[in-house]
Ligand binder design. Structure first.
Ligand SMILES: [Zn+2]
Length: 205
């Protein structure tokens, strides 16, 4: 079969009956790559319009993740159910102790809460006081910290939420999970790696 026409972004091979996707270097189409490109080209545009979602100390993908969180665009079980996806249950796949909303997944699930508790204790901030996603990730910091301290704390909070969600996905899709000490260590290492690679001025241990 020969295909003479051209579809934008796709070309046909004259010898083999194969489609090439020009947006990937190997010519293979993957929905995962398409989703990432859509994220980068549409969400990033909005992200930069809304200064709130910028923190130069973390990877850009974390900023995009927080943007999705604040726009209620994480595919939690409740959100998938609202969009007509047929699921066995809308309960939390980690604790089975509540419906899996974004607030539950990132803040109130006992597994997430344990992680936050460890992070708060590490920073000597007392009990975890977050009441909502907006308060946790959009609001001004109430702690008596310097501007730099606030930026680092926000980078840490965003990284923590990002890794909690990543851990949730590992549990759902690969049946792997963290324990509390492992989670804290990964959050510390990842935050350190991102901060030191995104800032020449900050010297942190
Ligand atoms: Zn849960």
């Amino acid at each position: 079969m020969q295909i003479r026409g051209r579809v934008r972004g796709i070309r046909s091979d004259r010898c083999r009956d194969v489609w090439f996707w020009k947006l990937a270097t190997n010519g293979k189409f993957k929905t995962k790559i398409l989703a990432r490109l859509i994220d980068e080209n549409t969400i990033m545009e909005n992200r930069f319009r809304e200064e709130t979602f910028k923190n130069n100390l973390v990877s850009g993908k974390v900023g995009i993740f927080i943007w999705r969180v604040l726009k209620n665009r994480l595919p939690t079980h409740i959100e998938l159910d609202k969009r007509g996806i047929d699921l066995d249950s809308v309960r939390c796949p980690l604790c089975d102790d509540g419906l899996e909303s974004i607030d539950h997944a990132l803040l109130f699930c006992k597994h997430s809460f344990e992680v936050w508790d460890r992070v708060y204790k590490w920073w000597n901030l007392g009990p975890v006081t977050r009441l909502s996603i907006n308060e946790a990730f959009r609001g001004e910091n109430n702690h008596s910290m310097s501007w730099v301290g606030c930026q680092i704390w926000q980078a840490l909070e965003w990284t923590c939420a990002y890794l909690i969600w990543k851990n949730r996905n590992s549990k759902v899709f690969s049946n792997k999970s963290w324990n509390g000490p492992m989670a804290l260590m990964e959050i510390q290492l990842k935050t350190f790696e991102w901060i030191t690679s995104h800032s020449n001025k900050l010297k942190i241990d």
